[in-house]
Design a protein around this ligand. Structure first.
Ligand code: NAI
Ligand code: 15L
Length: 267
């Protein structure tokens, strides 16, 4: 089974650029969308459709003829509420409304570890653990997960919400030894999110097989996800970095420095 057309939002971003290449085998056509400039189409397997997620009519048109969506677009770091609300809350609502109107049956939603970021490091969590958003960004992802749950219960649209840890070529600091998700494992997790049958609304953590991970990821195993990589390969390099101060949030909370952003005034 292979989708005819998959929409990738946020396709100009860090992970979008990666998945633009690695999702190629999983659909006849990838429709690539972003508010930022995108590299031109590389052939008949790619369609470029610029779109601002805050424009409801444009998002409706964006989803026409789409079978499944990988939704990465939006603000990806902690920012004042006024910014986050537009792209992440309003934008994700537009995406689900457009999915409903266009008969799209499956979404893979890029949620984030910042939905649970105020849990302390070392506390073992699974997908049923209480959420503890660590800022407006985490709150917006929490809203996205609830939106996915609602659109499944009400309209039968299935979603896999991936609480991505830290997806980069390699871990950048000590915290990411616990949260790292390699690009290879990211791709496999998104593939599982697109193709696993009967997911309803499933929440899974996006992490590689890191030795000291904080997340019990049975939710992802159910989808068929079996990570291939581990942050262990980078331990020596990371342990050469200066030690963290005892009160550095990067060593206290799962969400690290995001927990210490703000407050924002006069925005
Ligand atoms: P990124 O910031 O590089 O990419 C996000 C893209 O969304 C950007 O290209 C941006 O132009 C686009 N965008 C922003 N506002 C938009 C709007 N109004 N309309 C249309 N497009 C808009 O972020 P990255 O790292 O590629 O992350 C992708 C997704 O995964 C994001 O949703 C992020 O929250 C999530 N995520 C990423 C993690 C990581 O480690 N990279 C960890 C956890 C979650
Ligand atoms: C995220 O949600 C962000 O999009 C990304 O920039 C990283 O900071 C990541 O989480 C993280 O927690 O490391």
């Amino acid at each position: 089974q292979r989708y005819d057309r998959i929409l990738l939002t946020g396709a100009a971003g860090g992970l979008g650029k990666v998945l633009r290449e690695t999702l190629r085998p999983y659909a006849r056509v990838l429709r690539l969308s972003d508010i930022a400039a995108l590299a031109p189409s590389q052939g008949p397997h790619e369609e470029i459709v610029p779109c601002d997620l805050t424009d409801k009519d444009a998002v409706d048109a964006l989803l026409e003829g789409v079978d499944a969506v990988v939704h990465l677009g939006g603000i990806s770091v902690e920012r004042p509420f006024e910014e986050v609300v537009e792209a992440n809350i309003r934008g994700t609502y537009h995406l689900y409304e457009a999915a409903r109107r266009n008969g799209v049956r499956r979404v893979v939603f890029a949620s984030s570890n910042h939905v649970i970021g105020f849990h302390r490091q070392g506390v073992r969590l699974d997908s049923q653990s209480p959420r503890r958003p660590d800022g407006y960004y985490g709150l917006s992802k929490s809203f996205g997960e609830d939106l996915a749950s609602f659109y499944h219960d009400r309209y039968g649209i299935e979603t896999v919400s991936l609480r991505i840890g830290s997806s980069y070529p390699k871990p950048r600091n000590r915290r990411m030894m616990h949260t790292w998700l390699s690009y290879r494992d990211l791709t496999e997790l998104v593939r599982c999110g697109l193709y696993a049958p009967g997911v309803g609304h499933t929440v899974a953590y996006g992490a590689s097989a890191n030795r000291d991970g904080w997340w019990d990821n049975r939710g992802a195993a159910v989808l068929g996800y079996a990570p291939q990589d581990s942050s262990e390969a980078f331990r020596e390099e990371i342990e050469r970095l200066p030690a963290l101060a005892a009160d550095d949030p990067d060593g206290i909370y799962q969400g690290g420095a995001f927990t210490a952003a703000g407050p924002y005034e006069n925005v």
